[in-house]
Design a protein around this ligand. Structure first.
Ligand code: AMP
Length: 557
């Protein structure tokens, strides 16, 4: 990569982009790896070789054709992780139906919004999961065209496909193009209505393929996916990555369960394990962690939220994942924009989100002026290239706000790029705290607090303050058995190590953080709860004494 003084990089690669549909990609893999294992659903003990998986996908695809599903129709899936999810993903792609991923945690009103917004023709649904009664919620919104997984309707759909003429599938395939939309994913935005990021075959098959290239996948890899399939992390970086390389997808459980994950790695000899940081934290902190043999692991991905350096080091050291990568991205960019490489040193692999992905471009700009920042200067990260979504479903105005005329996706994430092109995510534009005129990136403080031996997990937010505009507050999850930290003790731990204005004034010890299923911390909700807490009388117990005189922060201009 040519060095530049500006924070711009483009990903050089001799491996060309794939110019094929997802269906074509599966057919190539099935022909090449026919007798190797493609999919294992640990919870139900079912497994498929590539030949079996391809046949099952074709039956389901033909079943959907028999039901009259046309190219471009929206077919939704509302289920926790299960084999049928993966089969539906490939079957819809084979007939050019647009798969709409519905978050299994959605309640009736959220489902109703998605069903209306994208105009769902058919829903494939679980019957129940945890506290969700999907059938009752569907009745509540009055939506009928549903096939329930595990019920006779599913078997009838597959049986209809088995009876159908396979030539129909070839005829449909001939009408498909790799730039067609094939997937709508509602972004997990922590406020407002979700937006349906619309992705093409080309967007997601290439992103999955190049993540797999980065991880060095071959047909010998077995990829354990405790991450949700309804999110790109599962269905693109997991399913499409593995299957494009003849590797095997292992689903350890319907929803995240640290013990089931560790057990699946051991029993299925997984070579790769994925997770958002909180999943790895839960696995490493599990009381039976030491009982599991994780020696088959080689690699994996941590992504979705800031990956604490200390957690990365334990994943490398204690989970045998010497080649683990950090990926950074967002749904709207299919998702991965930057990734650490196997050849990177430990520092780059644990302290940065890596370099730009092959065939993509990233730049960091001043969000106010749009000018490209100098190396090392923070600004908004933008991504351009094959991975940028077609747009938000039926929302051209929102698309235009996110993707500019030069086709750059503006991520809303604040980042820096160093001289070698390694990127660091320093926060969300919205999360940046301005205390007394100083810009503070919570990530930096969180990283330091993670080094405290009694702290298991930590988040830093800004709360309103009459004197400084905003003050820092930290929410802490203590390690099991550790005494709750007071604000004074925390101040002592930070004194001399962090600039005085970066030392949190308030400490709130909690059991966990409000978060989305994909590991996104709901900082907006944390802020709301904190404001309530600070308004109450007991706030004094979480507050450190005022910053000593003489050390006062630079006043606001
Ligand atoms: P989603 O669209 O649900 O995948 O969420 C995308 C957002 O997750 C990004 O805009 C980032 O704020 C955050 N994110 C993803 N990966 C990382 C990472 N490796 N480090 C920090 N933040 C991340």
């Amino acid at each position: 990569m040519a060095a530049s003084l500006l924070s711009y990089a483009s990903g050089v690669c001799v491996v060309p982009l794939l110019g094929e549909t997802i269906g074509e990609n599966l057919e190539r893999a099935a022909a090449r790896y026919a007798s190797r294992e493609a999919l294992v659903d640990v919870a139900t003990g079912r497994r498929w070789t590539y030949a079996e998986f391809d046949a099952a996908v074709n039956e389901l695809a033909l079943g959907l054709l028999t039901m009259g599903i046309a190219k471009g129709d929206r077919v939704a899936i509302w289920a926790p992780n299960c084999a049928e999810w993966v089969l539906t993903q490939y079957a819809t792609a084979k007939i050019g139906a647009i798969l709409v991923n519905v978050n299994p945690a959605y309640r009736a009103h959220e489902l109703g919004y998605v069903v209306r917004q994208s105009g769902i023709r058919l829903l494939i649904s679980a019957v129940t999961y945890r506290t969700s009664d999907y059938r009752a919620m569907l009745a509540e919104i009055g939506f009928e065209p549903t096939v329930f997984i595990g019920e006779p309707g599913w078997d009838e759909l597959v049986a209809a496909g088995r009876r159908a003429d396979p030539a129909q599938l070839r005829e449909r395939a001939a009408t498909l193009a790799f730039d067609d939309p094939i997937n709508i994913q509602y972004t997990s935005g922590t406020t407002g209505f979700p937006k349906g990021a619309t992705l093409s075959h080309h967007n997601i098959i290439n992103n999955g393929y190049f993540v797999a290239e980065g991880l060095g996948y071959t047909e010998d890899d077995r990829v354990c996916l405790p991450v949700p399939l309804y999110h790109c992390f599962g269905m693109v970086m997991g399913n499409l990555a593995a299957i494009s390389h003849g590797a095997c997808v292992v689903l350890p459980a319907p929803g995240f369960d640290p013990e089931a994950t560790l057990a699946a790695v051991q029993a299925e000899h997984c070579t790769s394990l994925y997770g958002v940081p909180t999943m790895f934290i839960a696995e490493l902190g599990h009381p039976r962690f030491g009982d599991f043999d994780l020696s088959s692991l080689r690699t994996g991905v941590m992504a979705g939220a800031s990956c604490p350096v200390e957690v990365m080091k334990r994943v490398v050291g204690d989970m045998n994942m010497a080649e683990v990568a950090i990926c950074y991205g967002m749904t709207e960019t299919s998702p991965v924009s930057t990734m650490t490489r196997r050849t990177d040193g430990l520092v780059q692999r644990t302290e940065t989100v890596g370099q730009v992905m092959p065939h993509l471009e990233v730049k960091i700009v001043d969000p106010d002026t749009g000018r490209v920042a100098g190396r090392g200067e923070p600004g908004e990260l933008c991504t351009r290239g094959y991975s940028v979504m077609l747009g938000y479903w039926d929302e051209p105005d929102k698309t235009a706000e996110a993707v500019d005329v030069a086709r750059w996706m503006h991520t809303g994430d604040l980042a820096t790029m160093n001289a070698e092109g390694y990127v660091n995510i320093v926060g969300r534009i919205k999360d940046m705290v301005i205390r007394g005129g100083e810009n503070i990136y919570p990530r930096e403080i969180e990283e330091y607090l993670y080094t405290h031996p009694d702290i298991a997990d930590v988040q830093v937010i800004g709360v309103p303050d009459t004197k400084y505009g905003e003050e820092l507050m930290t929410w802490i999850v203590m390690r099991p058995g550790a005494e709750p930290l007071t604000a004074e003790q925390l101040r002592e731990f930070c004194a001399g190590r962090l600039a005085h204005y970066k030392i949190p004034r308030y400490v709130h010890v909690v059991d966990g953080f409000p978060m989305t299923v994909t590991g996104k911390i709901r900082k907006v909700e944390m802020r709301e709860q904190s404001v309530d807490l600070l308004g109450r009388h007991d706030a004094a117990s979480i507050k450190a004494p005022e910053t000593p005189r003489g050390a006062a922060a630079r006043p606001s201009p």
